[in-house]
Design a protein around this ligand. Structure first.
Ligand code: PLP
Length: 384
């Protein structure tokens, strides 16, 4: 049975072109880029090329603004810790209530270290209120950390406006753009963001490589202290093959982002319409006028998301749910709760996130199987 993978906000398939580009660096050119000899040293120029491709995808002014890390989580942690180290007298942080745990759990930890944190609330469509943000920025604010696009709903925050607001007040802004990069245009030359995180495995590069963009002139404290790699900003021998792969993944996206976004949104819209037409009491979660092109989060009243996932899994359809199984109870995710989605619907929410490798046939199969699954589960549900 064909695997229908519609969980691309969790991770993506490595693009064949990316895999090809990596093999020589695992098989032949496996030297250490820091070595004095040619065998190792020759690798460094390929890393430079990858850095240029990464910088170009996000419109960074200079490749020197790109620090290669191991993942989005490391980039988020490094940015936030570094921003706080730069302003030791300021003790306030602004973030949103729907951030990824890579930011939210660090914010909670920082509260135990004496920082006060404002968690901006979202409305029922997952939007933040810019006037709330404005009110929360004070002379004691060391940093604002706001995601570009939400991983569960795909809702896009107005980062350009947020960046202007922070920049006018000289407050550094970190943006977790792990879900946004490669899906929507990003131009850091025009948008005054201080730090931006991205992750390779969300854009068809391998796991184990990420990026932290740090705007030129920003004071920086490394998180991983060690050798002189990454111009002394992140110690550790480079994950060469994955960096090369990330460079190619970025190059592919730079040349095809608009077409790919069109393709994804047309597939996504067909899936969404097909589901809403065929299944009563199903609802889209999030602001449909301002979303990533590949994501839809749909709530099915009166059933549990996990049960839907298990039945989809029987047909090799891989999606994910908006619930987190914590301490034995199935709580709706923090994003669904922050949006105030009714409990009975948040429980039954499923995220479908598409990629360039999904086809019309994938959508047809989901639309063929899902209505029967929901009908069956509703018949069994004690809530209906
Ligand atoms: N931020 C967001 C918005 C994410 O969706 C993810 C991963 O799901 C991360 C951060 C963490 O990225 P990584 O898995 O590369 O650590």
């Amino acid at each position: 049975m064909k695997t229908i993978y519609v969980d691309n906000n969790a991770t993506t398939q490595v693009a064949p072109e990316v895999l090809e580009s990596m093999i020589p660096f695992l098989r032949d050119m496996w030297g250490n880029p820091s070595s004095m000899h040619t065998f190792g040293g020759q690798v460094a120029k390929y890393i430079d090329e990858a850095r240029n491709n990464i910088a170009s995808l996000i419109g960074a002014e200079s490749p020197n603004e790109i620090i290669i890390t191991s993942c989005g989580t490391e980039s988020d942690n490094t940015a936030i810790r570094s921003a706080l180290a730069a302003k030791p007298d300021k003790r306030h942080i602004v973030t949103s209530s729907v951030e990824h745990p890579a930011v939210l759990n660090l914010a909670k930890q920082l509260e135990t270290e004496g920082y006060s944190v404002t968690y901006l609330q979202v409305d029922e469509l997952g939007r933040i209120d810019l006037s709330e943000l404005e009110k929360s920025l004070t002379p004691d604010t060391a940093l604002a950390s706001i995601m570009w696009a939400n991983n569960e709903t795909g809702v896009i925050f107005p980062i350009e406006k947020i960046a202007e607001m922070c920049s006018e007040r000289k407050i550094p802004l970190h943006v977790d753009a792990v879900q946004a990069v490669g899906k929507i245009p990003i131009n850091l030359t025009k948008t005054p963001i201080t730090y931006l995180s991205l992750s390779g495995h969300k854009l068809h590069a391998p796991k184990g490589v990420g990026v932290l963009y740090v705007r030129k002139g920003t004071p920086f404290t490394p998180w991983l202290v060690g050798g002189h790699q990454e111009r002394g900003r992140r110690g550790g021998t480079e994950n060469v093959a994955s960096i090369i792969g990330l460079g190619i993944a970025c190059r592919l996206l730079s040349s095809n982002l608009t077409n790919e976004a069109k393709y994804l949104s047309s597939l996504r819209d067909r899936l969404e319409k097909g589901i809403l037409d065929a299944i009563p009491n199903s609802f889209i979660h999030g602001d449909t006028s301002n979303r990533l092109p590949n994501t839809t989060n749909i709530g099915f009243e009166s059933i549990e998301g996990e049960a839907i996932l298990l039945m989809l899994n029987e047909f090799n359809i891989c999606a994910s749910s908006g619930s987190a199984c914590t301490s034995g109870s199935l709580d709706p995710s923090h994003v669904m709760m922050a949006m105030g989605i009714p409990f009975t619907r948040a429980h039954g929410s499923i995220r479908f996130s598409l990629s360039r490798y999904n086809t019309e046939e994938d959508i047809n199969i989901i639309l063929e199987k899902l209505p029967g699954i929901i009908k069956h589960l509703r018949e069994l549900s004690p809530f209906t």
